[in-house]
Design a protein around this ligand. Structure first.
Ligand code: OAD
Length: 252
């Protein structure tokens, strides 16, 4: 990665409204499988069988076995240099916010606090009768499918499945952030799952400078002002240093 373009350098100041959107690609180097691409989960499994409310109704044991398997992988994973660089961006810019599509919780573990897990979190469970949500870190799960200790109803992962709506409060905040951000950094997403896939267009429409980090071009690349091709864990620490450098040159 060379020096960042002058147009971006000029935008960087302490008060920069920086919005970051991440997808499965940022966790790939932590050993968490992505969904699409050669080794993607949706090459080996059908989303219809595992990640829809109908699949859960039909076979909750199968759905939970799949989530249990993913929880086992994620429990062993550590945040990588890409996650850590994004956590440092939060510390650097007071007007920072992160929207992640990932349910693995690795951003939180890396130190991000100002974040929205827009597709939920795999370490939260929800009672299908009462709707209560709580943390569950049991790996492997003792009982599959797990049941609510209070009312005996089935528990489900507190994630958003295909065919379900996103939390309207989250969506309201997301559109507010997209409208106000000056720089949007999009990392490791294939940009095909709505509504998040349309977020870069929304930010661009409101004048944001769009930076994309990915190992290959995506539909978002077309509207990106800067496309940084490569692995998130390699690109993001360099990009972070560039941002720091801009801040330093501002204060001199
Ligand atoms: P995808 O698996 O669709 O896309 C992963 C993206 O990461 C691809 O564009 C890859 O090229 C890129 N990538 C892979 N390794 C990378 C690396 N080391 N550094 C940078 N980029 C890399 O994942 P998402 O876009 O997150 O939804 O998928 C969106 C949603 O689809 C997920 O949240 C999930 C899934 O079905 C739900 O479960 C609702």
């Amino acid at each position: 990665m060379g020096e960042i373009p002058k147009a971006l350098r000029e935008k960087v100041h302490k008060g920069l409204k920086l919005l970051v959107i991440t997808g499965a690609g940022i966790s790939a180097e932590s050993g968490v499988p992505t969904f699409r691409g050669e080794d993607g989960l949706w090459k080996r499994y059908r989303a219809e069988d595992l990640a829809t409310p109908w699949a859960f109704e039909r076979d909750p044991k199968l759905v939970w076995e799949w989530y249990n398997w993913r929880r086992e992988i994620i429990a062993k994973a550590e945040p990588n240099a890409g996650h850590r660089a994004i956590a440092e961006m939060e510390a650097l810019f007071p007007n920072f916010f992160l929207i992640t599509q990932n349910v693995d919780g690795l951003h939180r573990r890396a130190g991000n606090h100002k974040l929205m897990e827009i597709h939920g979190n795999l370490w939260l469970v929800r009672c299908t009768r009462e709707g209560a949500v709580w943390e569950n870190h049991e790996v492997p799960l003792k009982e599959i499918p797990p049941r609510c200790g209070r009312c005996g109803a089935l528990l489900r992962p507190h994630v958003v499945w295909f065919g379900e709506s996103l939390d309207p409060e989250n969506l309201r905040l997301a559109y507010q952030l997209l409208k106000g951000c000056e720089v949007l950094l999009v990392v490791g997403t294939s940009g095909v799952v709505q509504p998040v896939a349309s977020f870069p267009w929304e930010a661009k429409r409101h004048g944001a400078y769009v930076v994309e980090v990915n190992i290959e071009p995506t539909p978002i690349t077309r509207i990106s002002d800067l496309f940084l091709k490569g692995k998130a864990s390699e690109i993001l620490p360099v990009f972070l240093n560039e941002l720091k450098d801009c801040l330093l040159s501002r204060s001199n």
